[in-house]
Each structure stands twice: as structure tokens, then as C-alpha cells.
Design a protein around this ligand. Structure first.
Ligand code: PLP
Length: 456
């Protein structure tokens, strides 16, 4: 298989170059061969481009497509809901699909997380969660709490609040400064490259414990929330040790701070449990979600709140959360998301993610043993990252001028696997993947790494 730009793709890329502002890309380069594959069809874990080349969707788009592509029953639900009632003011009325979806999500969420606020994206969910945290304290008369602690290396979105709490280097902050005041960043967890140069378990999870020192420095009564992903994707796919989240929970409880789990990627089965936080036996105060909630069949997100958080908004009009979004609780979006979650349940896809994840763990370990450029493989369920290093003994990384991201991405793509590669090769296929398809995915990576190593 070759992915050299062919006439049909070239023609589309040329047209894109004229008017389409492709997100996160240098649009002036869209016509470079291979820069912009144009996709037009999907089924299960597969995608086809306009040249009818088939690829494995190794990243579920952007960790989105849980139920797989081509689900006509989801399309049918959207059509029925549109024909029946496409929209009614979401501030003044409720609709059955929004009520049903809120019930369903509350039934799946951990602990006493029972109230669901719908948004349209992950960034909006984070934005809403940050505002919810501030007003929670405000309503309780705790009016000095506005700071939010997040972690260097993490990603939370692109709206201004989300951007302010971002800590990932690739999510550029400087062009948009000044950002929100009160965004406080602490080192994230990374047991492979510990920011404190410690080693687990001797470290006793210092990276979590020391967050309390920072809170004391900031004055606890000024801190509204801590936001973190249970399994951090942007910070190189980190699965923290079990104690990490328990320590965060204890710190928050000691200082009256809300704990926000950003599950925009983790949520809805991706990690082999409905929510990533369920791996750690901790109940956060707020959970932010999007992506897998609808498998990308329609844009929608949701913010989930514990009873104690929601109860702080009970009272008069002033206590209400006036953060209305015209398309929040959209009838079509909620109907689609509900059908998506029903499919995940009916086909046991969360269990499938866990089972295939265990199989992948074994296959990836063998890959690490065979390939000197594989430093470590981290993940769970269908959320994996293969760390690529120049020297496994020293963990030295390839310098940017070697452009390993572009080279590895092209090699994987040429073999029929679409994903993101660079310091990490991310592997996060749709939850419908079976064992044979998972093996094919690993074989492709194996083959691409062999070719890559031969070039070194
Ligand atoms: C953890 C996390 N939070 C928030 C977001 C923002 O979501 P969206 O791109 O839907 O706005 C993302 C996006 O990748 C994410 O990974």
C-alpha cells in the first residue's frame, strides 16, 4: 500500500488549501504529498480515503469513536429525533432524550455523582466545570476561592479557561496571553521521566503529596479546584499508581477544594471501565466528559456533579448556575449519545476494551523486548502509548530535527494504520476492535519499527 498523494486526493487537498482552515495544521502546507489524507467512509474500526484505501482507525479519530464507525442505528435515531423535534429552548424546556441520557449517565457514574449538565464539547465541559467550581464556593460564602491547580504536561481544551489550565507544551499558550488569573501549574506524574528524579515506590508518590505544599503556599482558602485526567494522555499516557488519586482526594478534602476528573478521553469505556477514575476507587466532585459520549456521531459533552456540588446551587435565582448554552441538552445530540451508550452496554464494549487491553499489554511487552527504540509501553483498556527513545538505557529522546513523528506516522499510514506518532505512538482504536484486528495493529507497528530502526 502506498499513501503517496494520488490525483483524487490531490484535487481535494488543493480545494482544501483554498478555503478550509484545517485545525491545528499549517494550512499553507496542505498540498504537500501525504499532508492531508481526505477520508470519506468508515465501518467498524476501519476508515477509507477518497482513493478507496482502507486504514485501521488506530486513534478512534481523536480518542472519540467508541462504538465504531458506520452505525446506521445511531443515524436512524438522529433522523427520527430531527423529524420529531430538532430543537426547543434548552433554557426553558426539557426533552425526553436529555432526561433519559442524564438518568443513564448518572446510573453509570461512580458514587453519588447524580447530576448531569450537557455541553457541546470537551473544552466547554472543562469551561463549565471551572465556572461550576468557582460558583460552588461563591454560593457557600467562600468567595476568595478562584484558583485552579492543574498539571504541567496536561491538556484540557481550547476555550480560555481550559487553555489557562492547560500544561501541555504543544497547546501553545503564549500567543493568547494574558490568560485566566489563578491558573496554578504543578508538575504532573511521569514515573518514566520523574520530574523530581525519584523512583516509585520509594518516592511514596511525592508528585501527588507535594501538591499540598503548593496549595499551602497559595493559601488553601484561595484554591477552588484541582483538575486532572485520571489517565493523562497529553502527558505521555501516564497511568498513575493506585495511591495517586487517593492522595489527591485526601488533599482536596483537607482543604475544602473540589476535585475535577477530566474524563474527556478517559470516559465511556475507553480505559476498560465506564470512567477512568473507577480504576482508582475515588469519587471526584466533578467529572468532565465529551468524545466517547457520542462516539463522535454528533458533538456533545457533559459535566457530571456530585450531590454535594449540585446542592450548593439550590436556593434562589442567584444561586442557580446561569451558564446557559443554546445547544446544551440538545434533543438530537442527547438522543444520539443515548443510543451510543446503549450500544456500548448491549455489546459489552467496555469489557471488550478491558479484555483486548490485557491482550495488547502482552503483545506490547514483546514489542518492547524486540525493539531497542521502544522505551516503555503504558496504558490500559484501549488507551496506549508506546514511548520511542533513541537510547533505551539512558531514555534519551530523538532530537526534533530527526522528525521521527512525521517518519513514523508515514510508515504506519503506508501500512494501513492511522494514528499519531512522535515521542509516543498512540494506540487507541474503537472499542469494537477484536483480537485479530488488535494483532494486525501490533504487527503493523512492529513492521514499521523494524523499518525505522534499519534507517538509524
Ligand atoms: C483531557 C481533555 N480535556 C478536554 C479536551 C477538549 O475537548 P474538545 O477538543 O472536545 O474541546 C480534550 C481534547 O482532546 C482532552 O483530551
Amino acid at each position: 500500500m502506498t499513501t503517496e498523494s494520488t490525483p483524487a486526493n490531490q484535487e481535494w487537498a488543493h480545494r482544501a488549501r483554498q478555503h478550509l482552515w484545517v485545525q491545528n495544521k499549517q494550512y499553507a502546507r496542505l498540498e504537500d504529498p501525504g499532508e492531508l489524507p481526505v477520508l470519506d467512509r468508515g465501518d467498524g474500526i476501519y476508515l477509507w480515503d477518497v482513493e478507496d484505501r482502507r486504514y485501521i482507525d488506530g486513534l478512534s479519530g481523536l480518542w472519540v469513536t467508541a462504538a465504531g464507525h458506520g452505525r446506521t442505528e445511531i443515524a436512524d435515531v438522529a433522523r427520527e429525533q430531527m423529524a420529531n423535534l430538532a430543537y426547543a429552548s434548552t433554557f426553558d424546556f426539557a426533552t425526553p432524550p436529555a432526561i433519559r441520557l442524564a438518568e443513564k449517565i448518572a446510573s453509570l457514574a461512580p458514587g453519588d455523582i447524580n447530576r448531569v449538565y450537557f455541553t457541546n464539547s470537551g473544552s466547554e465541559s472543562v469551561e463549565v466545570a471551572l465556572k461550576m467550581a468557582r460558583q460552588y464556593h461563591y454560593n457557600r460564602g467562600d468567595r476568595k476561592r478562584y484558583k485552579v491547580i492543574s498539571r504541567i504536561g496536561s491538556y484540557h481544551g481550547q476555550t480560555f479557561g481550559a487553555l489557562s489550565v492547560n500544561g501541555a507544551a504543544y497547546a501553545r499558550r503564549t500567543p493568547f496571553e494574558p490568560l485566566l488569573p489563578g491558573a496554578v501549574h504543578v508538575p504532573g506524574i511521569n514515573c518514566y521521566r520523574c520530574p523530581y528524579e525519584k523512583t516509585y515506590p520509594d518516592c511514596e508518590v511525592f508528585c501527588a503529596r507535594t501538591i499540598e505544599d503548593r496549595i499551602k503556599f497559595e493559601s488553601p482558602e484561595t484554591v477552588a479546584a484541582i483538575i486532572a485526567e485520571p489517565i493523562s494522555i497529553a502527558n505521555a499516557n501516564q497511568v498513575p499508581p493506585a495511591e495517586y488519586w487517593r492522595i489527591l482526594r485526601e488533599i482536596c478534602d483537607r482543604h475544602g477544594i473540589l476535585l475535577i476528573a477530566d474524563e474527556v478521553i478517559n470516559g465511556y469505556g475507553r480505559t476498560g471501565k465506564w470512567f477512568g477514575i473507577q480504576h482508582f476507587d475515588v469519587v471526584p466532585d466533578i467529572i468532565t466528559t465529551a468524545k466517547g459520549i457520542s462516539s463522535g456521531y454528533i458533538p456533545i459533552g457533559a459535566v457530571l456533579a456530585r450531590d454535594a456540588v449540585a446542592d450548593a446551587f439550590v436556593g434562589g435565582t442567584d444561586e442557580a448556575f446561569m451558564s446557559g448554552l443554546t445547544f446544551g441538552s440538545h434533543p438530537v445530540s442527547t438522543a444520539v449519545a443515548l443510543k451510543n451508550i446503549e450500544i456500548l452496554e448491549r455489546e459489552n464494549l467496555v469489557d471488550n476494551a478491558a479484555a483486548i487491553g490485557e491482550h495488547l499489554a502482552t503483545r506490547f511487552e514483546a514489542l518492547r523486548e524486540r525493539h531497542p527504540v521502544v522505551g516503555e509501553v503504558r496504558g490500559t483498556g484501549l488507551l496506549w502509548g508506546i514511548e520511542i527513545v533513541k537510547d533505551a538505557a539512558t531514555r534519551e529522546q530523538f532530537p526534533p530535527e530527526e522528525e521521527i513523528g512525521a517518519r513514523l506516522t508515514a510508515k504506519l499510514r503506508a501500512r494501513g494504520l492511522l494514528t499519531r506518532a512522535g515521542t509516543l505512538i498512540y494506540v487507541a482504536p474503537p472499542l469494537v476492535i477484536n483480537r485479530e484486528e488488535a494483532d494486525t495493529t501490533v504487527d503493523i507497528i512492529d513492521d514499521a519499527l523494524t523499518e525505522f530502526e534499519a534507517e538509524l
